[in-house]
Each structure stands twice: as structure tokens, then as C-alpha cells.
Design a protein around this ligand. Sequence first.
Ligand code: IPD
Ligand code: CA
Ligand code: CA
Length: 265
Amino acid sequence: MIRYEELCMKTCEVARQAGAFIRQEAGVFSAQKVEEKGIHNFVSYVDKGAEQLIVEQLHILLPEAGFIAEEGTAGFRGKRFNWVIDPLDGTTNFIHGLPPYAVSIGLTENDRSIMGVVYEVTLDECFYAWQGGGAYLNGKPIRTSDRSAVKDALIATGFPYCDYHLMRPYIDCLEYFLRHSHGVRRLGSAAADLAYVACGRFEAFYEYALSPWDVAGGVLILQEAGGKLSDFSGNDNYIFGKEIVAANHLVFNEFLTIVQKYLQP
Ligand code: IPD
Ligand code: CA
Ligand code: CA
């Protein structure tokens, strides 16, 4: 039988090890070491080295689990369990020396998240949760905020940077939130965005053109902290569906209705 609390603590140690490697390399990193995988999509030996370290350790922790990892270190999928890994979420921030950037690790069972770890490297903040066990930041329980209206919310998003098919409605939606909330932030790490909704720094987060590894670590942390999630249709395909709406449970319905008005007309 898998003991999820113990597994989660060990996964946090793995994320912290990868984070220590990333932090060490941040001090000596130069722009010549960056490769462009696709338009505005960057990678370096730091992403790949961190992923290698994570995959090796997680394979020992749960040998029956497969992997969905951004840099393709281990391509085999598990029948029931899969680790969904982003070794460095916020690569553009990292290569510009700008916080935040994070290690994101989710464990899925039949494609549903059952454990999540988001380790934000620059502030040494480890967010984690396992199903039914609550959500934590560096050992202390976290909850979503109690702000209940969009007009009182601070909202996180990710700007479109390579998939522009929803650019116009996205900008219109952004304008609505700029006019009718406390403001909108684009931090550059979807994993940190979700973790920050979970601990109440943000009330809500939305983005499209995401990959499973961007969100698989953060979604369970948010749920266990009292938040709600969906795709733009209001359904639950938010890990593999490439789009996400996430918020504290008080503001979620109002927030989703506004996102849908623009992005799901
Ligand atoms: C990116 C970050 C960013 C989001 C992008 C992601 P990466 O991940 O999460 O906030 O806007 O969609 O691709 O490429 O830095 O791992
Ligand atoms: Ca990412
Ligand atoms: Ca990444």
C-alpha cells in the first residue's frame, strides 16, 4: 500500500534537491547556454539536468509509476500512476535572472492528480499536498483567501506567447479584469500562480495553451487548500485540456462566468 504522506515528503526532498541544483547554476548561468525549442520556448542544460535528477529519484520512490516529463527524460507511461514533471517552470524568468521559477511535480492516478509539489526556488518555498491530507507551505497548513468578489480580487494569468489563436478575446478578457479587479499579474510560472492562489496571495488564475506539466503539481495543492478548478467549459479537463480556471471557492463561479463570456463564447 502506498503511504501518500510519506511519499509526498520524499517528493519534496527530491524537488528541493533539484531546486538546489537550479539555484547553484543560476549564479553562473549565461545567455549562450540557452536553446530555443520553439517560438519563445527556451531550454538549457539546467532544465535537462534537473529533470534527470528528479526522474532518477522518483523512479526509486515508486517504480510502478510512469513519467510525463517536459524535457522527455523518461518517455514511458504508467498504466495507473504517472509522475508529471516540469523540472523548471519559469525558464524565461530563470534565463533573465528574474523570480519566480519552480520545480513542479504531480502524481496522477488514472489521470487525476493525487499528490502535488511545487518548490519555488528563489524564495525557498515548498508547497505540497496529498489527496485528503491538506495543503502545506514549508510545513504550515495553507488555505485560499476569503475574498469573495472579483472586484476585490488580485488575479494571475499567463500572456499568450506562442499560441495566439485566442489573442483578441484574451485581451478583451484581460481588459475586463484590469477595469474590475484589484489588478492582474503575469509572474511567468503557472506552477507558482496555482500555489499562490492556494495560499491566498492571489484569488484567481486563468491561462490557455498550457501543458500538463505546468499545472499537474499545483492543482491538487489548490484543491486541498479549498480552491476550485475547471477548464474554460467548466468541466474538469484542466490537467490535459490545455486551459485552466482556478480560484478560491468563494470567487470561482463569478470568475469562471467572466472568463467564459470572453474565451468560451
Ligand atoms: C511556462 C510558464 C509560464 C506559462 C507558460 C509555460 P516553462 O512554463 O509556466 O508561466 O505562461 O505557458 O509554458 O516553459 O517556463 O516551463
Ligand atoms: Ca512550464
Ligand atoms: Ca519547464
